[in-house]
Design a protein around this ligand. Structure first.
Ligand code: SF4
Length: 299
């Protein structure tokens, strides 16, 4: 089964034009790989969906101040701000992506979809999608399986880790998963799903991984919000039958090529980009000194 997830074209050939078959292929792969029953897989997906929703709720209701202080209840501020830039739905989307990711930065429980650094994107996207379109839970779980298929291929052809391919690999993959999930839930075709994935990745290419002080907080949290927005804009474009022009497999190969040529300082080492700014270095020093002061006295 693993061969199916070498490419989007292979997945399409196996599944035909029926999007339910795309989902079935991932389910078959999971059955094959994990040796679990079908009901165990659906139960696991349901648990993951509950954890995602809980993370959104926690981030919007509880104190979210990280140990470094860089994360300080941003999601709640955005959620409660009285003037939406576009619409209340858009404001909610952004707040929810921030909320779930803040829970991760504050060491709470999240679903790494596909990584902890990108753990706000799928919850923000799916929660808001369900609320606006009254999508039933079963369809959301199917969309999560579809999204897992997207991530499997992106991992094969490029990477899903910031340390290997930069932030495009982490938040870019999560955004692609979200875009595919949206188009699937709204009844899109296989072409529309793959176009939405390709367009999402086109928008995320080249994004470096440069976490301040090596903590998955800044810019990670706000990138979850922007990636959730890109997932939605790409889904809207894909649904309207706008072509990505460059086929999805080639777009992912471009992502892999860019990731491979990215300098090490842009791959989670906290040596470049925002981490290397004057303020970024000052924060890093402060965090390090605090950690040393907190070490147990061995005298
Ligand atoms: S900047 Fe790096 S650590 Fe932060 S979300 Fe992106 S890939 Fe992950």
């Amino acid at each position: 089964m693993a061969f199916l997830f070498d490419s989007f074209e292979g997945w399409r050939k196996h599944s035909g034009s029926d999007t339910a078959s795309l989902v079935q292929a991932v389910l078959d792969y999971e059955l094959d790989q994990k040796g679990r029953s079908e009901s165990q897989i659906w139960d696991g997906l349901n648990t993951a969906w509950q954890v995602m929703k809980d993370a959104v709720k926690t981030g919007l209701e509880e104190d979210m101040t990280s140990r470094s202080g860089m994360i300080n209840n941003g999601a709640k501020k955005v959620y409660n701000y009285p003037k939406p830039v576009l619409s209340k739905e858009f404001q909610n989307l952004i707040s929810r992506a921030l909320a779930a990711k803040e829970v991760n930065s504050c060491m709470g429980r999240i679903v790494a979809a596909p990584t902890a650094g990108a753990s706000g994107i799928m919850p923000g996207v799916l929660f808001t999608l369900q609320e606006i379109h009254q999508i039933e839970d079963k369809k959301i779980l199917e969309a999560m399986l579809l999204a897992a298929g997207i991530a499997l291929i992106m991992e094969q052809k490029a990477s899903i880790a910031g340390a290997v391919g930069g932030c495009q690999a982490e938040t870019g993959t999560a955004a692609a998963m979200g875009a595919g999930a949206i188009v699937y839930c709204l009844g899109g075709t296989t072409d529309q799903i793959f176009n939405a994935v390709a367009i999402t990745v086109q928008c995320m290419l080249g994004l470096v991984c440069d976490p301040v002080a090596g903590l998955v907080e800044v810019p990670c949290v706000v990138r979850n919000a922007s990636a959730a927005a890109i997932a939605n804009s790409s889904a809207q474009i894909g649904l309207a039958n706008v072509s990505s022009v460059i086929p999805v497999d080639e777009v992912i190969e471009a992502m892999g090529e860019i990731g491979a040529s990215m300098e090490t300082r842009y791959k989670e080492t906290a040596l470049g980009g925002l981490a290397a700014t004057k303020t970024g270095r000052a924060i890093s020093k402060k965090v390090l000194i605090r950690d040393i002061e907190m070490l147990p006295d061995e005298q």
